[in-house]
Design a protein around this ligand. Structure first.
Ligand code: GLN
Length: 307
């Protein structure tokens, strides 16, 4: 199968729709991104890449960071983490607060904002926030084999300025005793992780271990146990796109995680890791063109996880 040709065809067929969807504008720094950017990168276990378009331009990965934070928080705390965050799809928007009151401040899953605030609290644990953020950055740099990956300080600042909803979620959970660290510290870590800037190539490579049982197929190094890897992938499939997760599983059939920066990381167990980026979002907060590109790649490669 000529994956490079498939990636180039899919990019070319969708390129005329660049600019469709709505760029997230509730974070001012994201509203300034060129809506016509569109990149695709497929990373394969032999260390190869198949790229098209703006695959080397760093973008704000936003909620995609929640996957890597979950992996590190589980590493630190094991399954006890799930005493404080659930494993069920929310059926609500990513920044919804309504369910928290019904469930005594326990968020439905680690991939909505409230859930990621809980996993960030666990990642920080009993150390300074910057140490936890440095661990996350080191993981991404190592997995993507790119020491140049950074956090976009302007986006992080913008997140904080526009962060009233996330503050509300965090203080609401704190009122139920769900959080351990001080809310401003947790949000500092949360805003920084959302502002991580990676290219499609970086992201596809960083996510490759999730497609190969928790092991980096290029170096053979284990990142998470295979049981944990399966569970992270299960959560990506069921909760990776908020109340759009069912639609994404139905349409695309890959484990995936989207972010409001317009990126999507898709994991195809045993095959590849794919990152797409197009800033225009659909109503559920997932990249319109990105999801369309993944759907087309799934159809042409026959790689759906459902056979
Ligand atoms: N930084 C964003 C927020 O907290 C992340 C949301 C997302 O990517 N869905 O609202």
């Amino acid at each position: 199968m000529d994956i490079q040709a498939i990636v180039e065809q899919v990019w070319a067929e969708l390129a005329e729709r660049r600019g469709s969807g709505a760029v997230a504008d509730y974070i001012p720094a994201l509203a300034r991104v060129d809506p016509r950017r569109f990149g695709i990168a497929v990373a394969t276990p032999d260390g190869g890449f198949h790229c098209a378009g703006d695959a080397d331009e760093p973008f704000s990965i936003q909620s995609i960071s929640k996957v890597f934070v979950l992996a590190l928080a589980l590493d630190r705390h094991g399954a006890r983490l799930f005493d404080k965050v659930g494993r069920e799809p929310s059926g609500d928007p990513f920044n919804s607060i309504v369910q928290l009151e019904r469930d005594q401040g326990i968020p439905r899953n680690p991939f909505i904002n409230a859930g990621a605030i809980v996993t960030t609290d666990h990642l920080i644990d009993d150390r300074p926030v910057d140490e936890a953020v440095a661990e996350l950055l080191a993981l991404l740099r190592k997995m993507a084999r790119d020491p140049g990956i950074t956090i976009d300080g302007e986006v992080a600042m913008s997140e904080s300025t526009a962060g009233d909803r996330n503050r509300s979620l965090a203080y609401f959970m704190a009122s139920f005793g769900v959080l351990t660290n001080a809310v401003p510290d947790i949000l500092d870590g949360y805003f920084q992780q959302c502002a991580l800037a990676l290219s499609c190539r970086n992201l596809a490579e960083a996510g490759l271990f999730l497609a190969f049982d928790g092991t980096d197929p290029v170096t053979g190094e284990r990142v998470v146990s295979s049981a944990r890897c399966r569970r992270i992938n299960a959560l990506m499939l069921t909760c990776g796109h908020y109340d759009n997760s069912g639609e994404f599983a139905y349409d695309v059939g890959f484990c995936g995680k989207s972010g409001v920066g317009g990126g999507i990381l898709a994991v195809v167990p045993g095959r590849a890791s794919i990152a797409v980026w197009s800033p225009g979002l659909g109503a559920g907060g997932t990249s319109l063109l990105g999801a369309a590109a993944l759907k087309a790649i799934a159809e042409r490669t026959g790689w759906s996880i459902f056979g």
